[in-house]
Design a protein around this ligand. Sequence first.
Ligand code: FAD
Length: 347
Amino acid sequence: MRDPVARERIAVVGAGIIGCLVARELAERRPGAVVTLLDRDIAGSGASRLSAGTHIPRGYSDRFRRMTAYSQDWYEKLAAADPSLPIHPVAMHVVTAADELPPVYIPGSRPTRVPGIGAHMPAIAESARVWSVQGGHYADVHGLSRSVARELRGRIAVREGVQVTAVEPAAAEVTLRLGTDDDLVADHVVLAPGPWLDAPAWRDLLAPVGARVKKVVALHVDEPVPADAGVVVFQDEDAFLMPLAGHWLFSYTCRQWDVDPDTVTRGLTARDVIEANDVLHRCVPGLPGRYSAGRVFCDAYSAHGEPVVTHVGDRIVFAGAASGFGYRLAPAIADEVAQVIPTATGR
Ligand SMILES: Cc1cc2nc3c(=O)[nH]c(=O)nc-3n(C[C@H](O)[C@H](O)[C@H](O)COP(=O)(O)OP(=O)(O)OC[C@H]3O[C@@H](n4cnc5c(N)ncnc54)[C@H](O)[C@@H]3O)c2cc1C
């Protein structure tokens, strides 16, 4: 039997932005616990590495808007406490053909109808209506994940390059089998595997969650970026254009499902180029070119389009399937995880 005064042991598997923020939240809220963050690669190397990292202050349900508002506030406080973090506030315009914006923008974003997005920005359709919204930002998600992991060292164990090969629950604890051959035993395990839903270690545990993996494609649009350029959100197409490192990034909704993160092509296909340019030119008819550069990866999506935080065993919580919003909602996901793991006293 375990010593009743022994410290609580929590393992977080996956050190993407979600796993990193979950581990940070648990370290803050449970100072007595022994927290271990594991990743088979280095922190921030999965979907987080290629993320556009855009925070748009909207959500498509009450929970989604609550999570968006919570996360926005959390990131703003984090950036204020450490201005060197790669979190950049940005001007944001929303474009739609409709007379009104749908009521999806969080109250603090104060959507305000404006005449246009500015003459120096890419030429959107003349008939488009434009709103400016407050509170948008973008981040280097890979850099932020690594900064969080670096800051956590010393408070928790960060084990990079360690693959979890099996998860074996028992009544009183969970054993993680590791590629390094040393087992890790924990009272609670958080699985935050990003798009690696189908890993043999947890495939059966995660099957009831019903999440799927979808390809994510963004075009790199090599057109001049004005110094004061902001993000343009195309509400009707669920797409956006953002300034990034001397070019524009165009993110749109790719509809290619059930890809494998270990084999998904690490480059654009001809189909990606055609689809992405079609959407881009509908959004921004004034752009002169056909663009064939960008980034390709994938993300885990839930059936309802919102992140999932749920027990998949008595002592095992799954956190993810953030449906293309894993950066934006990671702080709120971490908050939900901290709330659902019972404390030793049962609270
Ligand atoms: C091109 C692109 C653009 C995007 N743009 C945005 C955006 O603008 N805004 C937004 O909010 N979101 C965006 N997203 C989505 C967002 O990036 C993801 O939802 C988020 O990064 C997911 O984080 P995660 O921690 O769940 O997963 P990941 O970052 O994938 O982390 C999972 C980790 O688990 C590890 N792992 C897997 N298997 C094992 C194992 N067996 N043992 C140990 N470790 C393991 C992996 O190595 C990985 O590091 C974008 C995604 C892409 C691909």
